[in-house]
Ligand binder design. Structure first.
Ligand code: ADP
Ligand code: ZN
Ligand code: ZN
Length: 834
């Protein structure tokens, strides 16, 4: 038989699409569009495609929903294109600017377009074969109105709890399944399986009513008054209740106290006598009638001035930094600017570091913008996410959210607010894309020719540097709103007290005295210790052994509540060994202290105070967190002990005293940002003191009181802090002078890791020369059983060089992973590490 001649097919008039798959695949792929689908395919719609190896039996590989980013006539080079099977959407899900943003992120943050897409699209919009489906709990079993295929799946799901999309293919025995799944999702008959989302609990207030028999028999009120007559405070409280109950459907305990000029204790005492009944009432956080409507109608002259300055700067700067002290009233400035944008039909995005920590602020914005605002947070379920996605696509004027809100499909974005721009939570550490929400916001705004306003009391060194160099505009609000004074910050020398043996556990005399006085005055206090658990070290006296995680290179923290040693990196926990495993000595002791111990011990010194704690152990869920804040607002306890959670944007009216238990610990962290972080944390937590009615007091305990950062904190001297810090950054070539890329190699065998790293280093150095620092064993050298090695690339901020660095890292990775025995070494790349 003569050999058949084959030519490369040329299809100049045929239609192809370039698609992104929700996978870490390094590039976009080209597919062929069959004739009958050409009409319906366009930029921004999803298509169903096979991907991966085609099996001998002729199955087409796995099916995915992929996103079309280009329709064209160029056949791919180097491979035969497969066909798309279906077009899933009639209209684009995204705008072209979004793809530009994704492409920039993939380039700048050294990751793939698929990884960015994975982060950007809500789950409903990026189905893959393993996606699990469940029947909606609301579905009533009425299957009429379903197509045959839809009926089959609904039936299957009423027998089996979950099925995967791959299994659907088997059930339907047909080539394409995504259109059916999409339709069932839209009809709300099926859901994607997800962990049960707890519903966001609303705010509660303590209300008061008369107990029986007083409630039903007004004649008995006489007797009630007699029973409280020995206390003038209780008498006044009862009187206040009677008056308030005439006009209000619900009487709040707080209102009684205000009217009767008394404390909760008086009301509680009446309840104990069986005259009052106390109960919790849920109130909507969105402007319900019983909540006092905040008087936010008029801006103060200082706010007007700041507004005018921002507007003027926006005329020729894309980005403005609003540096306003805590309590200066920045939120009102943001709200006015957002309102201006929405009034002319534009969209505004309000970004926050962590939406879960900002119930108060969310409520304030919702009252102001009502239906115009959508809040995009991590506890939304898949359906709610898609709803917001579609609302933004349809032009929702205002969106408030954490960094992932950047990915929403804005069409007319005109303004981005980045509140608390300094906050490290804007950085996503894992998984890729490891992006900074603040910096990405600047690029997003650039794509839309929109403006960015960054606000904070403690600007990041990078942003302040940009402001001083003229790249950003700068507006200052150096005073608090309403003429309230900045808190009085005092440094307390703990070393001195230890020497004089005056220290009571971890508290200096001054701190104990201030806390006592505050509680007696009916004020509240916050104690900040940036370490959770009871004690961070469990050690043997005689040989120095200490308890360490078996998977990680860190010491185990003792948690008293569970009476366990726990690893804060991987969750491993164990019982306390009764004797030293190394030398058998029975004298083992706990060292150091965390929030749990502070809570425990402050109870001893302040038996009359009511204490609560907020850290990852007590506030793991949004509800638990909201409850603690709510209870503190409602004055159900006096002292709040917590980790950095208590430093974030909370606005409590009644906090008179703030204590920082160990400033040294914040400053000793081995990182070039530790001074910056310590300064920010202390100034922010100090800002929680004395916000509404009077000057607050802040006590900072430290062993080394001479540390320059502490001096800057007590003088509230941001400028001085910046000047000293920027000089250090320059001297050691750290950001903002250099751009940093951290590369981490991981493997479960230290030997394999070291050997593989040699190949990696060689290629990397060939390409990047002395930009490369390392490899070095990081501070925590092993996590979850994986040994780690770090490289730091220090380079200047030229974007072309960034692209070069990205390809060089990819080449070094390939060189190592293709060498015999090293394919299992994982490489993660973190640009601008936090
Ligand atoms: P910042 O965000 O700058 O720390 P906030 O915006 O939270 O400060 O304002 C501090 C306090 O001042 C808040 O309790 C807020 O309710 C109040 N406040 C700010 N602006 C006004 C205004 N124009 N009218 C009434 N109260 C205001
Ligand atoms: Zn020992
Ligand atoms: Zn561990």
């Amino acid at each position: 038989m003569p050999p058949t001649e084959t030519f490369h097919p040329t299809f100049p008039t045929r239609t192809f699409v370039t698609v992104v798959l929700p996978l870490a695949a390094p590039r976009a792929f080209t597919y062929y569009v069959p004739e009958e689908l050409v009409e319906r395919v366009q930029f921004g719609v999803r298509v169903e495609v096979p991907f991966g190896r085609t099996s001998a039996a002729g199955s087409a590989g796995k099916l995915y929903s992929a996103l079309v980013i280009e329709v064209h006539n160029r056949p791919p080079e180097g491979y035969q294109p497969k066909e798309i099977l279906e077009v899933l959407d009639e209209r684009p899900l995204i705008h072209p600017t979004q793809i530009e943003l994704w492409q920039w992120m993939a380039a700048y943050y050294c990751c793939t377009l698929g990884e960015v897409m994975h982060a950007a699209l809500p789950s409903h919009l990026k189905l893959v074969g393993e996606t699990k489906l469940v029947l909606s709990p609301l579905h009533d079993g009425d299957h009429s109105g379903l197509s045959d295929s839809e009926y089959l799946i609904a039936e299957a799901l009423s027998i089996q709890e979950t099925i995967t999309i791959d299994e659907v293919r088997g059930i339907l025995d047909r080539k394409t399944v995504y259109p059916v799944i999409k339709s069932l999702l839209e009809k709300r008959i099926i859901y994607l399986k997800e962990d049960l989302q707890e519903k966001y609990r609303s705010k509660t207030v303590v209300c008061v009513e008369l107990a029986e028999p007083y409630a039903s028999d007004p004649a008995l009120l006489h007797e009630a008054f007699e029973r409280v007559s020995r206390s003038s405070r209780q008498e006044a409280a009862l009187m206040a209740y009677i008056q308030l109950s005439k006009t209000k459907p619900f009487v709040l305990r707080q209102d009684i106290c205000e009217m009767a000029q008394t404390e909760n204790a008086a009301v509680n005492a009446i309840a104990q006598k069986g005259i009052f009944r106390l109960f919790d009432r849920e109130v909507s956080r969105i402007g319900s009638y019983e909540e006092e409507t905040l008087d936010m109608e008029t801006s103060s002259p200082r706010q007007e001035k700041a507004l005018a300055e921002v507007r003027a700067l926006f005329a020729h700067k894309q980005t403005v930094l609003l540096h306003g002290v805590t309590g200066s009233g920045k939120t009102k400035v943001y709200m006015e600017l957002i309102r201006e944008v929405t009034e002319r039909g534009g969209q505004a995005l309000y970004l926050l570091p962590e939406i879960a920590l900002t119930t108060q602020l969310t409520a304030r914005l919702q009252r102001f913008f009502g239906d115009d605002i959508a809040v995009y947070h991590s506890k939304l379920n898949h359906n709610e996410r898609v709803e917001i996605w579609n609302a933004v696509l349809a032009g929702k004027p205002v969106v408030m959210g954490a960094r992932s809100a950047l990915f929403l499909p804005f069409g007319k974005l005109e303004l981005v607010i980045v509140d608390e721009e300094h906050d490290p939570s804007f950085k996503q550490n894992d998984p890729a894309p490891r992006y900074n929400g603040r910096d990405t916001a600047v690029y997003l705004a650039h794509l839309h020719q929109a403006k960015v306003l960054m606000g904070t009391a403690t600007p990041s060194i990078e942003s302040y540097n940009n402001a001083l160099s003229g790249k950003y505009g700068l507006v200052e609000m150096p005073e608090r709103f309403g003429g309230i004074q900045m808190p009085d910050i005092q440094l307390i020398d703990a070393k001195q007290e230890i020497k004089q043996r005056k220290m009571q556990s971890h508290f200096t005399t001054a701190l104990i005295n201030e806390l006592k006085a505050a509680v007696e005055r009916g004020e509240q206090a916050i104690l900040f210790q940036n370490r959770r658990g009871y004690a961070p070290t469990y050690r043997c006296f005689s040989c120095g052994w200490h308890a360490e995680c078996i998977h990680c290179d860190v010491s185990l923290t003792y948690h008293k509540h569970s009476n366990q040693l726990k690893c804060h990196y991987c969750g491993y926990h164990s019982k306390l060994p009764p004797e030293c495993p190394a030398c058998g000595n029975k004298q083992l002791s706990l060292f150091g202290f965390g929030t749990e111990k502070i809570e425990d011990e402050i109870k001893i010194y302040l038996p009359e105070g009511r204490i609560s704690r907020m850290d990852l152990d007590t506030a793991r869920t949004r509800n638990a967190h909201a409850t603690i804040i709510n209870d503190f607002e409602e004055r159900r306890f006096d002292i709040l002990v917590g980790t950095q959670m208590v430093t974030k944007g909370l606005d409590f009216e009644n906090v008179g005293v703030v204590g920082v238990l160990s400033a040294d610990q914040l400053l000793q962290f081995p990182d070039f940002r530790s001074s910056e972080r310590a300064f920010q944390l202390m100034v922010q937590v100090a800002g929680r003191a004395g916000r509404k009615h009077k000057r607050g007091k802040v006590l900072i305990q430290a062993m080394n009181t001479a540390h320059p950062v502490l001096q800057e904190v007590i003088r509230n001297d941001y400028a001085g802090f910046y000047k000293r810090e920027i000089a250090e950054r320059r001297a050691f070539n750290y950001p903002p002078f250099a751009r940093l890329i951290r590369i981490t190699l991981k493997h479960k065998s230290a030997e394999t890791l070291n050997d593989g790293a040699r190949i990696f280093t060689q290629t990397l150095r060939q390409k990047l020369g002395d930009w490369v620092v390392g490899p070095a064993v990081p501070f925590v050298s092993r996590v979850r059983g994986q040994y780690l090695l770090d490289y730091l690339i220090k380079m200047d901020r030229d974007l072309r060089k960034a692209a070069y660095a990205k390809t060089s890292i990819e080449e070094a990775t390939v060189a190592m992973q293709t060498a015999q025995g090293f394919s299992g070494i994982r490489v993660t790349v973190d640009v601008d590490p936090g």
